[in-house]
Ligand binder design. Structure first.
Ligand code: ASP
Ligand code: MG
Length: 406
């Protein structure tokens, strides 16, 4: 008899028929005698609909009230799910974040879980009930509702699995697992059987959407093995686990891309102390997150600073930098929204040289110009022209031997 946490995303509970099907799936495990804790998201599209309603009330919706509103999406699915379980002849109880007690800090709309009280869940599991917990929400010490940030239900599931010392944490979604590349872009992409936490963290931060990145850090910290799999098939998905020796033999585990960034260059800035801070201080004060940064020293005492920002912040950043550029005597600000970041990720890179060179050769072979490069221990990212994204992903996938065996 195991304790299993299963999380189902919005597309898995998008309507009553799907909710009933998911309940059947959970009951299949329940019938084997397992103790079942289910975490649910809101129905697909519901959280967006609520955000949209809030935006019609206030230009910047009050964060506390926003959380009261957003928490309603998951409240609906857990109640319906518990009803579906009962209709199938089993017992269930739905619990909201404040009923479990999923305690968080006070950062409304992006709260962090601080602790979880497991007594209520234990009590109901001992009564042989399927415990259905609302994802994405928690409660402050003052009893105010909070939410964990968009996509936060994955984190609820992992945090519960860690707190309850669950034997398994399964994340059910609308894809079969983690792929070597986006199957919509690269037909030769394969589902991975296993991937390390670190690789998954890189993939999630570089554009792979299958798991919310905060849930992966949580899983890594508490060593919770995650099984990412499809709601709609019985096939095994991908296990996200601690790194093992044999993972190093795979040089590259996946190729990913993101079209969410834009590039900005502040040209011919005087190369003197304090310039970078003059440029980046207003940007960070405005809450804009800078990703890659490159500084080139030119002949003489001038330097070019190039960096990327989220595409949605591009206009704001350009406007702010236009002002700063004048003040610091730069030659001007230019940029492009039509860029993409293509990355390769693999634990095996730690111990092998020549991977970056091979990546550059592959892109060169396709006639693709690289405008920026950044690396970490287990990833290499190149910024290229957006229109070559798909070509680059496919070429790299093939060159690093990731294509499906013919
Ligand atoms: N319903 C929330 C959202 O759409 C949380 C989640 O789905 O994980 O962001
Ligand atoms: Mg979701």
């Amino acid at each position: 008899m195991a304790l299993i946490v299963q999380k189902f995303g919005g597309t898995s509970v998008a309507n009553p028929t799907k909710i009933k099907a998911v309940a059947e799936r959970v009951l299949a495990s329940k019938k084997k005698g397992h103790r079942m804790v289910v975490v649910l998201s809101a129905m697909a599209g519901e959280t967006n609909r609520l955000v949209d309603l809030a935006n019609q009330m206030q230009t910047i919706p009050d964060p506390r009230e926003m959380d009261v509103l957003l928490a309603s999406g998951e409240q609906v699915t857990v109640a319906l799910f518990a009803m579906a379980v009962k209709a199938a002849g089993f017992n269930a109880v739905s619990l909201l974040g404040d009923q479990v007690k999923i305690n968080t800090d006070r950062m409304h709309t992006r709260a962090r879980i601080t602790s979880i009280d497991q007594s209520a869940i234990d009590k109901y599991l001992d009564q042989d009930k399927v415990v259905v917990v609302a994802g994405f929400q928690g409660v402050t010490g003052d009893g105010d509702l909070t939410t964990l940030g968009r996509g936060g239900s994955d984190t609820t599931a992992v945090a519960l699995a860690a707190a309850l010392k669950a034997d398994q944490c399964e994340i059910f979604t609308d894809v079969e697992g983690v792929y070597t590349a986006d199957p919509n872009v690269c037909a030769a992409a394969r589902k991975l059987d296993r991937i390390s936490y670190d690789e998954m963290l890189e993939l999630a931060s570089l554009g792979a959407k299958v798991l919310d990145i905060r849930s992966v850090s949580f899983a890594k910290r508490y060593k919770v093995p995650l099984h990412v799999r499809s709601t709609f098939t019985q096939t095994e998905g991908t296990w996200v686990v601690e790194e093992t020796k044999d993972m190093e033999s795979m040089l590259v585990s996946g190729v990913t891309y993101s079209k969410n960034e834009a590039r900005i260059t502040v040209a011919k800035v005087p190369d003197t102390p304090g310039i970078a801070s003059r440029i980046f201080t207003p940007i960070s004060a405005a809450g804009i997150v800078v990703d890659m940064i490159i500084q080139n020293t030119l002949d003489g005492d001038l330097t070019d600073l190039t960096f990327t920002v989220p595409r949605t912040d591009y206009d704001r950043a350009m406007q702010m930098l236009g002002e700063v550029a004048g003040e610091i005597g730069a030659n001007g600000v230019s940029g492009s929204r039509n860029i993409a970041k293509v990355s390769i990720v693999g634990t095996g890179m730690r111990n092998h040289s020549g991977i970056a060179t091979k990546m550059f050769q592959v892109l060169a072979g396709e006639g693709i110009n690289i405008s920026m490069i950044s690396t970490s221990e287990i990833k290499i990212s190149c910024v290229i022209d957006e229109k070559y994204t798909e070509l680059a992903v496919r070429a790299l996938h093939e060159a690093f031997g990731l294509d499906r065996a013919a």
